[in-house]
Write a protein that binds this ligand. Structure first.
Ligand SMILES: Cc1ncc(COP(=O)(O)O)c(C=O)c1O
Length: 471
């Protein structure tokens, strides 16, 4: 038989099936090469900001890495280190201030490697009890901080979008069951109610669920309050299965008046979900607790460790007041899963939209266990403090003005007289010069600038140096 006659994809006879898995000099060397690079990368003193390349540049610099016999760990690592990694903006750079930055602790970054090295299955107690136990320690600590009752519990999901979707699916399921038990018909269309300032993921979840989104008007200060929710619930009686209050909006860091929203939902037996993906971490800071009053009444909530809890991508802590409802909504059943579902074990997969899951809460667990909670409170406090300070600096500078006073660690401001194109070219130049990554945002049609501060390595000096470039 000639090579041309061989079936496509058939391995050459000299290639061993276990060549990638067996413990050998070669596989050990591969692990060493990768871990050496990871160690270097994790503790760079002068972390580079880096920037995207065009598809054309990348295909010139990085194509043809996939070959029949492999290019080897050394070359593949070098390709990543020298070409691919510099084409990714470093989201934990102190000058990364766009969207919601990340700033994982060194402990969390390092332990993320352990999660991979251990091949932990985080979906079921049977397979991952140790990991699930540790994740639950974190979830119970968070639930207690937010004032949820004993018995509250949840799961680390991929991100806030999936966390919100999973919570809303649980909420609708609960509403359907209540209707069924009461002999009431379901509405022609279900709806979720939220403020116009709510995150785009709520609309996305509604689209996936084929439900409507009813916008309740926030007050002039951007906060959603009970009376607006009450009015909207009256007008849409029976259709709304959940109200979403936001604990720190993405664009401004505004915290809805959760207590009055909760009062409106409790009066009508409607599910209250708090989207605290970005901001709820601030409740760990004592002086901020009052701003979140009412969170303790939530039926479900989320907070993303990959945002302000200093964990690597990607993790969302989804917590239910009573996880039993989530289990009813989400548990997958099949003959091959009977051994898992016919027990009373705590199976994280049953609480959201997923089956196989990485134990993605472990990096946060390890870092919390290592450092203790006080350092977390201090690191979060830093962001709130310097947001306040840079807001004062903006107010004091000629030609700059705040769009709103910051409530958390997002500062939105304008440069008088600039067009959208001015903002964009300034932002492009800032990245080109490797100073900072600050993309323009917009508010009510006006282009604005926005600092989102997460990293404790972002200092007032970092921010004032950026203001100095706005001439
Ligand atoms: C308030 C809020 N909710 C939800 C999300 C979505 O989270 P993720 O990007 O992790 O899906 C974000 C993201 O920034 C957010 O700020």
């Amino acid at each position: 038989m000639t090579a041309a006659d061989e079936p496509r994809g058939a391995p050459p006879t000299h290639v061993a099936a276990d060549g990638m898995h067996a413990i050998s000099a070669e596989t050990r060397a591969t692990v060493d090469v990768v871990l050496d690079y990871a160690r270097r990368r994790a503790v760079y003193e002068d972390i580079p900001l880096d920037k995207p390349l065009t598809p054309r540049d990348l295909s010139r610099l990085a194509s043809n890495s996939i070959t029949a016999s492999g290019i080897g760990a050394r070359r593949a690592t070098a390709l990543f280190e020298n070409v691919l990694a510099p084409a990714c903006v470093t989201t934990d750079h102190p000058g990364y201030l766009s969207f919601i930055p990340s700033a994982p602790t060194k402990a969390a970054i390092a332990f993320d490697l352990v999660v991979s090295a251990s091949s932990v299955y985080g979906g079921s107690w049977m397979e991952g009890s140790g990991a699930v136990y540790a994740e639950n320690e974190v979830l119970h600590w968070l639930a207690a901080e937010f004032g949820l009752p004993h018995g509250a519990g949840g799961v680390f999901m991929q991100g806030g979008t999936i966390g919100n979707l999973s919570a809303l699916v649980t909420a609708r399921d609960a509403a359907r069951r209540r209707n069924h038990e009461a002999g009431r018909p379901d509405p022609a269309r279900w709806a979720v109610l939220c403020s116009a300032e709510a995150h785009s993921s709520i609309k996305s979840a509604a689209a996936v669920m084929d439900v409507d989104v009813i916008g309740a008007a926030p007050d002039e200060d951007g906060r959603l309050r009970g009376p607006a929710v009450e009015r909207a619930l009256e007008e849409n009686a029976g259709a709304v299965f959940a109200v979403v209050a936001t604990g720190g909006t993405t664009n401004f860091g505004i915290i809805d008046d959760i207590a009055s929203v909760a009062a409106a939902t409790k009066a009508r037996d409607v599910w209250l979900h708090v989207d605290g993906a970005y901001g709820l971490a601030a409740m760990l800071v004592e002086r901020m607790r009052a701003d979140f009053a009412g969170v303790e009444l939530a039926d479900s909530l989320i907070v993303d460790p990959h945002k302000w809890l200093f964990a690597p991508f990607d993790a969302c802590a989804l917590i239910y007041r009573d996880p039993a409802g989530a289990r009813l909504a989400h548990t997958q059943t099949a003959e091959y899963l009977d051994t898992l579902t016919e027990t009373a074990d705590w199976n994280p997969s049953d609480l959201g939209i997923q089956l196989t899951r990485r134990a993605r809460g472990l990096p946060l667990w390890f870092s919390l266990a290592t450092h203790g909670t006080d350092l977390y409170r201090a690191a979060i406090d830093h962001g709130i403090t310097i947001a306040r300070q840079i807001a004062d600096e903006i107010t004091a500078r000629e030609g700059l003005s705040l769009v709103r006073e910051p409530q958390l660690s997002v500062v939105v401001f304008r440069r008088e007289g600039w067009t959208a194109a001015d903002y964009q070219s300034w932002s492009d130049r800032l990245l080109e010069d490797q100073v900072a990554f600050v993309v323009p945002s917009s508010h009510r049609g006006e282009t604005v600038l926005r600092f989102a501060i997460i990293s404790p390595l972002t200092t007032l000096e970092t921010l004032t140096a950026i203001l100095d470039t706005l001439t």
